[in-house]
Design a protein around this ligand. Structure first.
Ligand SMILES: CC(C)(COP(=O)(O)OP(=O)(O)OC[C@H]1O[C@@H](n2cnc3c(N)ncnc32)[C@H](O)[C@@H]1OP(=O)(O)O)[C@@H](O)C(=O)NCCC(=O)NCCS
Length: 217
């Protein structure tokens, strides 16, 4: 049976007139059916509203725009770095020698990335982290793309990063051009006091990935 909305039926014997009237009223006739009106059973047209199709809900979170800038290591919020690397002693070990990039959102440091030199032309992205309240809004991507482009522009040969062997972070790096070149088996077992868990899996091995920049003439 047609539902109440559909029973905006036009009780008329002339389908042509009904169709024209229906379109003027913003409905279309999709069939005929008996229905009750004023205590009588009538034959009417089933009308459906001619509404525009509802917009599909976006599957991605809204994007934020950040200003990316370099900041001195001592201005980097340690709490952010600890999101990516829970070993404070390791973070404190590489931070003073790192080049630090910040994603500023609303004037606040919402994301950071720390990169250290390894050998001439080769650098390692040691840490990238975004404030949990601002994650999944595009800031991490803007930060990563900025860092990759900065080292490319400056003529670097290679940018490396180490990450877990599973998880969205691995896809995040690969999506931006990093490729695995080494597996450091047992890295997270050897280097961290407690188990590092994600998705109920313990991180054990570290993948080393790199972007090799094409040589510029
Ligand atoms: C990794 C990180 C810096 C990304 O920052 P972000 O602002 O969330 O990044 P974006 O919003 O640009 O998202 C990048 C991608 O990661 C995905 N992503 C981010 N957080 C995610 C989560 N918690 N679960 C699943 N996917 C996630 C996004 O969906 C997006 O995928 P897409 O490119 O297909 O759209 C941030 O999630 C973070 O700080 N994580 C904790 C620290 C960390 O793990 N650092 C990396 C150490 S190796």
């Amino acid at each position: 049976m047609p539902n109440h909305d559909q029973l905006q039926a036009l009780v008329t014997g002339y389908a042509g007139l009904a169709i024209a009237a229906a379109h003027r009223q913003g409905v279309e006739l999709v069939g005929q059916a008996p229905f009750a009106l004023d205590g009588h059973i009538r034959e009417g047209f089933i009308a459906c509203p001619l509404r525009p199709a509802p917009a599909l809900a976006s599957t991605s979170a809204p994007r934020d725009t950040a200003a990316i800038t370099e900041i001195p290591p001592e201005q980097v919020p340690l709490a952010l770095l600890l999101l990516a690397d829970p070993s404070e002693s390791k973070v404190r070990g590489y931070l003073p020698g790192a080049r630090c990039f910040a994603a500023l959102h609303g004037g606040q440091v919402a994301g950071v990335c720390a990169v250290v030199p390894l050998t001439p032309g080769v650098h390692e992205l040691m840490n990238i982290a975004v404030d949990p309240a601002r994650q999944q809004h595009g800031l991490g991507t803007q930060l990563l793309v900025h860092v990759i482009d900065t080292y490319r522009r400056e003529g670097a040969a290679r940018l490396e990063v180490g990450t877990g062997a599973f998880g969205y972070q691995l896809a995040f790096y690969q999506r931006h051009g990093f490729r695995v070149f080494q597996v450091d088996r047992g890295f997270f077992l050897r280097n961290y006091d407690g188990p590092l868990m994600e998705d109920r899996i313990q991180h054990k091995d570290m993948l080393r990935l790199a972007i090799d920049y094409p040589a510029t003439a």
